[in-house]
Design a protein around this ligand. Structure first.
Ligand code: ADP
Ligand code: MG
Length: 493
């Protein structure tokens, strides 16, 4: 069995008293440094209290070589997805596959086409901003060295960049305070193996750079958010750094509020929210059908898309993050169209897992066969974001059978299960309660890209820090907000 710790003792064993001290220190540091999430409304109906975010007590080990590899891929992924977003013909073909089987994705594309028609193919704002996050699990079968596999690439509302910087700082504080003890394994925890994570500032820089490029100093950044968002503080950190580093003010609004208080100036094409000129619209909502509560919320998205404000993301960039797009890009010929450089293409391909369509193609037939013979090796995914939507292993055949008819299968992709190393343990604190167990960590690498969607010129492209999310090995999904996982930081080994 392939491992990443090679038998090293980790995390260091602590006495009950030491664990209690560590827990108190971690909780207080989190509360005093904004490593927090809004308390569930059921506990605090007044909605004003915050609690520490679910967090690992120790940073989880991650091979430095693979960490560097993931970070080094990010600018290439930024460029790839910018190109995909600009290729309306390619995306139109993909939407044909989803027509009639996925209303939400179809509606997004319809809205994009409607906007294209109104603007006669010349976008009101050629600049487009992407704050992406590419997610990876370690794959470790047999005795082979672990390698990196991409889970997905998020083009909208990629979260936890704000809190992720704090989590690294928290673990660094605990180490410096000698709270990790001196038992076996504690020697792995040191300044050089626990990197500072720049994600919060770097993502704010992405917004700041776009604001500068827009070129109206008094204008604001509009954060479009879900009403009652529990993860609001993660977003707040970007807002605070944007003000601190760029002098730019942010305003938060739900799609409903945008519908009520937003307006497009027809002459200048400026977008105004409660009278304030908006330079950048940053979506932390709008990625899931339930965010569109009324026709007016769709109209609000359309109005912003029609405006001169820089969108993060545009409808096309949002759509480019569809799992169906990820599946199609696994094909070397398709990838080659967007990534002509052999060396770069090989680097990207090297971390792709096998992903198959469930259509009438040869690959689709192969997928059907695999579901019949070895479903335990696969995960089935719909075109959704936000966690909790996937179907795993032996549940796949029954789930598909229960769909109304086989034409609906086209809305899903079948992905090979990545097999993370099994030898890592950690403790997770959630709502004050500490639990220990075997864990699996998912690395996300953030990327910022600002480009001109008409000339395809890349104006800015940089990697923007990372996120480590950790869950117990017996839970399939790792969503922190969804209640499955925790925030973590990397211990480079
Ligand atoms: P979402 O858009 O809902 O975040 P993901 O594709 O990221 O969808 O899947 C959610 C979670 O399911 C991931 O964070 C990961 O824990 C697990 N997962 C997804 N794909 C795989 C895979 N191929 N192998 C193993 N686990 C997976
Ligand atoms: Mg995900």
């Amino acid at each position: 069995m392939s491992t990443i710790l090679n038998g090293a003792a980790y995390p260091p064993t602590l006495t009950e008293e030491e664990t209690a001290d560590l827990t108190v220190a971690l909780r207080d540091w989190s509360l005093s440094h904004g490593l927090v999430i809004r308390a569930p409304a059921a506990v605090h109906p007044e909605d004003e209290a915050s609690v520490h975010v679910p967090l690992t007590l120790h940073p989880s080990p991650f091979p430095k070589k693979l960490f560097d590899q993931a970070r080094n891929l990010q600018t290439a992924f930024n460029e790839l997805y910018a190109k995909v977003a600009d290729d309306s013909k390619f995306l139109t073909e993909i939407t044909k596959e989803l027509a009639g089987v996925d209303d939400f994705m179809s509606d997004l594309w319809k809205l994009h086409l409607e906007v294209e028609e109104i603007t006669q193919g010349v976008p009101t704002q050629p600049l487009s901003l992407g704050l992406f996050r590419s997610d990876y699990l370690l794959h470790a079968t047999g005795t082979a060295e672990p390698s990196l596999r991409q889970v997905e690439l998020n083009t909208i509302s990629a979260s936890f960049g704000g809190l992720s910087s704090r989590a690294a700082d928290c673990h660094r504080f605990l180490q410096k305070s000698a709270l990790y003890g001196s038992g076996p394994g504690s020697e792995l925890l040191k300044d050089g193996t626990m990197p500072v994570n720049p994600s919060a500032r770097s993502l704010a820089k992405g917004l700041g750079v776009a604001h500068n490029a827009y070129g109206a100093s008094e204008s604001i950044v509009l954060f479009v958010v879900q009403p009652g968002e529990r993860n609001a503080f993660d977003q707040r950190w970007l807002e605070y750094y944007l003000l601190e580093d760029f002098g730019v003010v942010s305003v938060r609004a739900s799609l409903e509020e945008v519908a009520e208080f937003g307006e497009l100036d027809l002459a200048s094409k400026e977008f105004r929210y409660k009278g304030r000129h908006v330079a950048v619209v940053y979506y932390r909502a709008g990625y899931t059908p339930t965010d569109y509560t009324t026709p007016a919320t769709w109209e609000a998205r359309k109005t912003m898309e029609l405006s001169k404000a820089i969108k993060c993301p545009t409808l096309a960039t949002h759509f480019a993050g569809a799992k169906k797009v990820q599946q199609v890009l696994v094909d070397e010929l398709v990838l080659g169209k967007f990534v002509p450089d052999n060396e770069v293409r090989d680097k990207l391909k090297g971390i792709f897992a096998d992903i198959l369509p469930l259509d009438d193609s040869e690959l689709g037939k192969k997928a059907r066969k695999l579901i019949g013979t070895c479903p335990e090796k696969y995960v089935l995914k719909p075109q959704r974001e936000g966690g909790g939507n996937n179907v795993y292993r032996d549940k796949i055949p029954g789930f598909l059978k229960d769909l109304k008819d086989e034409t609906l299968w086209r809305g899903y992709i079948l992905m090979e299960l990545i097999e993370p190393p099994q030898d890592v343990r950690n403790l997770i604190i959630r709502a004050g309660k500490v639990t220990e167990g075997n864990v699996i960590s998912e690395l996300g690498v953030f990327g910022c890209v600002l480009w001109d969607s008409t000339t395809h010129e890349i104006k800015q492209n940089f990697e923007a820090g990372w996120l480590l999310r950790t869950k117990f090995a017996d839970s399939e999904e790792g969503g922190v907000a969804a209640g499955f996982g925790s925030i973590d930081s990397v211990l480079l080994i």
